[in-house]
Write a protein that binds this ligand. Structure first.
Ligand SMILES: [Zn+2]
Length: 156
């Protein structure tokens, strides 16, 4: 069951232009997540991306980079690595190679065009599976453990 008190959106202020941007949906999940390893976020007024240290939450006035640092204080280097984009790409490569290898064996007796089409395609399925493993097996549980909440949108 999801927590009924998860907010729908939150506003942050871009210090340079003093304008507020309201985030909701997936961008809100991303920017509220201190383990998301994002370095930039969107300003609706400037119509561009700027470093997270250029923003503060409108409700608390806290700088976003301070917020990220504060909620990840207890994270170990290993936990940070397992939530990083670098680790996600490593899992993608492993997923692609394992699936493509499996397909190579599976389609060994098939016509060449079958191999050319289905081996990379199966590799891509492996990448999708690897993404799911990264999110459900690593990023989400580690983030919950480090931040101590089910949903990072409830953090303040
Ligand atoms: Zn701006």
């Amino acid at each position: 069951m999801s927590d009924a008190t998860v907010p729908e959106s939150r506003a942050y202020r871009h210090v340079q232009c003093d304008n507020e941007t309201v985030v909701s949906g997936q961008p809100f999940e991303l920017v509220s997540n201190p383990m998301s390893s994002i370095t930039q976020t969107w300003c609706s007024d400037c119509n561009g991306y700027f470093p997270i240290s250029d923003y503060q939450w409108s409700d608390t006035g806290e700088n976003l980079s301070d917020y990220f640092a504060r909620h990840t204080q207890s994270a170990t280097d290993m936990q940070r690595f397992l939530c990083s984009k670098k680790f996600m790409v490593i899992l993608w490569i492993i997923g692609f190679l394992l699936s493509a290898l499996g397909a190579t064996v599976l389609f060994a007796d098939q016509a060449l065009w079958v191999k050319i089409v289905f081996i990379p395609l199966t590799g891509l399925i492996g990448v999708l599976i690897a993404s799911a493993v990264f999110i459900s097996g690593f990023a989400n549980p580690i983030t919950r453990k480090v931040c101590g909440v089910e949903d990072t949108r409830t953090l303040t």
